[in-house]
Write a protein that binds this ligand. Sequence first.
Ligand SMILES: *[C@@H]1O[C@H](CO)[C@@H](O)[C@H](O)[C@H]1NC(C)=O
Ligand SMILES: *[C@@H]1O[C@H](CO)[C@@H](O)[C@H](O)[C@H]1NC(C)=O
Ligand SMILES: *[C@@H]1O[C@H](CO)[C@@H](O)[C@H](O)[C@H]1NC(C)=O
Length: 501
Amino acid sequence: MTRFKILCCLLLTYHLNDGKKIKGHKGAVNTGQSIVLALKESYVTSSIFRMFLEGEDNCTLDPLQLHTLTSCGFNSSNPLIIITHGWSVDGMMESWVHRLATAMKSNLMNINVVITDWLSLAHQHYPKAAQSTRTVGKDIAHLLHSLQVHYQFPFKKVHLIGYSLGAHISGFAGSNLESSEKIGRITGLDPAGPLFEGMSPTDRLSPDDAEFVDAIHTFTQEHLGLSVGIKQAVAHYDFYPNGGDFQPGCDLHNIYEHISQYGLLGFEQTVKCAHERSVHLFIDSLMNKDKQSMAYRCSGKSAFEKGVCLDCRKNRCNTLGYNIRKVRSSTSKRLYLNTRSRMPFKLYHYQFRITCVNQMEGIEPSLTISLTGTKEESGDLPITITEKILGNKTYTFLITLDKDLGDLMLLKLHWEGSAMWKNMWNRVQTIIPWGGRRGKPTLTVGRISIKAGDTQERTSFCPMTNDGQQVEVSQDKVFVRCKEETPKHHRRRHQNRHVVP
Ligand SMILES: *[C@@H]1O[C@H](CO)[C@@H](O)[C@H](O)[C@H]1NC(C)=O
Ligand SMILES: *[C@@H]1O[C@H](CO)[C@@H](O)[C@H](O)[C@H]1NC(C)=O
Ligand SMILES: *[C@@H]1O[C@H](CO)[C@@H](O)[C@H](O)[C@H]1NC(C)=O
């Protein structure tokens, strides 16, 4: 037995030296190291690694024959990106893989892109495929070790991008490195939920697996206690676009469109739509450099929808996708943003804040605002206040627009009183036609301000004409950027400035 092992070692050492001869004398190792190496080289990989080349061509790497790396065009001066797919229903490589690889190759200069093909293990029942994620993770770790030994290729130049089960595979690759040095970055694209949700950090993708870990959660809608994408935070920055549970353009009513397009696979397409959206958001960040989506730390979807989370102090906001600011923190940060239903996905987020003053009686106003900026106009934006307005109260709303308005200059407010109010007013007018303006229902507004998420700039609005802050039913009232701030506002501003880094 022992003799057999030694024989194997010798054979492998010979084999390795042979490989080295082909690629030249770079990285010569002494005999002691070769034996250690040789033992490691007896590793049997169950995954296939393919170098992605220009023109969507590819070249299969053989980790046992490292000269294939050179002949496949691997350039050790450049960073390495490894893309790993997820569970496979049909055993075919999904089309997003090439789209992502192409987007990376064409938008980033001088990179090596490798695609992990673990289809034979992924094309199994889900629990079996999920079980194989550790194995495939080890395969990647093994490849990275070989690169380190033969090319002195540092782990920190590696960025693993994994989709669904591939996200956990990337995590296992990181935790299997047997080195104090970590992989540079792991990006989890809607990491798989079933059999991973609630597990300990060593049994799923976690922030410990790389220097920097980011994740995009796009399909965390629960069915029977399970969700396709993992709901819990697994990274340094976890993004939840549109709340993370469902994506615009992937609604169930699109299922008919999908069925007519894909036949009975239509339902699968609908599920895939939201799950795969994570990939397309990432591709978008590479393709549309001038439209980077900004996301904001928030306690949850409902708080985000109220517009109270558009804050960038202390790294509370970050860019979704490839160009994220890599700030490590001890805790995972959950970030929210809304997106369009197609590329470019970016929406501009604004917080609209309005104070209503001293109402005599609870009313439920429905307001419409429209904004004019130096670049664009917003058009009519309906705002629904669901609570009754009583006393002096400040309301905040999230407004999202698909265009950049520029600096905000003008705001038009329209109050569509409830039917009840209108009726009453008409009756009052019929009974006492001389009642005049004084009896007309008015909404008194206090401070109005709008904060733009992207610029973090807050603009206060004052009535354009000197007729007070009253808004009458069915009338447009125009507000403009306040000329000078009152002393109170000055103080607020000053306080803010104090905190902003
Ligand atoms: C690699 O290329 C071959 C043919 O050129 C193709 O059939 C295969 O799907 C490609 N595989 C990957 C992972 O790109
Ligand atoms: C490797 O990439 C660098 C740029 O990062 C380039 O200067 C060099 O020529 C490349 N080497 C080979 C062999 O292509
Ligand atoms: C609302 O605020 C105004 C001054 O801004 C004050 O005079 C008034 O008493 C307040 N009303 C209520 C109900 O708090």
